[in-house]
Design a protein around this ligand. Structure first.
Ligand code: ZN
Length: 341
């Protein structure tokens, strides 16, 4: 992480603020070292092909950034930022070190640390493997920002916020001063990340066939395995309406979404409220706030209906269903219970 990516919040003079910044970066670097040395024993060696793919990804990304006019934001990705693991080790590391369930994932990027843990997929899953390498690389390239709170006494406050592309994760004090985690815009962020990934691969379809023996068939059939399809669909529905109402071409407006995941300029998202009314940004933010949203067809239908309807009253009814009458944490708990059933 770079110092420019951190903002220290709290009452203090500039000098202390700079010092806290340096300390936070150093602390994170130590953390990365610790994680890497603990996972070293499980890491599979990278073969020729892995190295070739990472090199290719850098070339493709550089070209893509140039095309969307964001070349000054491109970061070079190094091979050692990818840690390749066997499936059981991948799940174990997610569970033991990050306290989360990675069994449904192919790869995971650690925001701010820019380290990707990847599951080694079988030879027959070449295209899926390529998708997950590139998808995580797009996450690495996405704009990162960390807000850390420091109290008067100079103690780091566990409250904080980080942003990666469109997604926001924040830790706030809820009722009884208890800390609670909130996720916003995760669905939108995954949709854009995955669509950029598939777009880049589509542009290099012939190369994939020639150099990696990945047939056009295999590339096409991936859509049946794409876990973010629901989010992509809702985004497309919203984009269409958004562009139409702003008298713009959806293709051009889509470019704005693709570019700003890297630049971090989110001001244009206000257009969502302009077109769909007050509270609509909050509805969009809510998509993906809980991981099961991605495969919850009923939920995806609600989001679709919300962005599709012209009827203000219908929209209100759908909001009720989306939030089940409860906002934020209360809803999260309720949703979790429902999803576990
Ligand atoms: Zn992702």
């Amino acid at each position: 992480m770079k110092e420019s990516e951190i903002k220290i919040i709290g009452k203090m003079d500039d000098e202390s603020r700079e010092e806290f910044k340096r300390e936070t970066v150093a602390g994170l670097d130590r953390e990365v070292e610790k994680i890497l040395s603990a996972t070293k024993q499980f890491e599979l060696p990278k073969n020729e092909e892995d190295l070739r793919i990472i090199e290719k990804i850098n070339i493709w990304l550089e070209e893509y950034f140039k095309n969307i006019g964001a070349e000054e934001f491109v970061k070079k990705i190094k091979a050692d930022q990818f840690v390749i693991l066997q499936e059981n080790d991948f799940v174990k590391i997610g569970h033991d070190m990050f306290d989360s369930d990675w069994s449904h994932h192919h790869a995971k990027m650690m925001p701010g640390m820019d380290i990707v843990f990847v599951k080694r997929l079988p030879e027959t899953e070449k295209f899926a493997a390529l998708v997950s390498y590139l998808h995580e690389a797009v996450h690495i390239e996405s704009r990162f920002k960390l807000n850390a709170f420091v109290s008067k006494e100079g103690v780091e406050d566990p409250r904080g916020m980080h942003r990666l592309g469109y997604s926001i994760k924040s830790t706030k004090k809820g009722k009884d001063e208890k800390l609670e985690n909130y996720d916003y815009f995760d669905g939108l962020n995954e949709a854009i990340t995955q669509m950029i990934t598939l777009d880049i691969l589509r542009q290099h379809g012939q190369e994939l066939e020639r150099d990696y023996s990945i047939t056009p068939e295999e590339q096409k059939n991936f859509k049946f395995k794409d876990g973010y399809m629901g989010y992509e669909y809702v985004y497309m529905v919203m984009l269409q309406k958004l562009a139409e109402n702003l008298n713009q071409n959806p293709r051009d407006y889509n470019k704005k979404f693709n570019k700003n995941i890297f630049t971090g300029d989110l001001m244009f998202l206000r257009d969502v409220e302009k077109v769909f009314g007050k509270g609509s940004l909050r509805v969009l933010a809510f998509m993906g706030s809980h991981p099961p949203h991605a495969s919850d067809l009923e939920m995806i239908k609600f989001f679709e209906g919300y962005f599709l309807t012209e009827d203000e009253n219908e929209r209100k009814e759908i909001v009720e269903k989306i939030f089940s009458g409860e906002e934020d944490k209360g809803y999260f708990e309720k949703y979790k219970k429902r999803a576990e059933k």
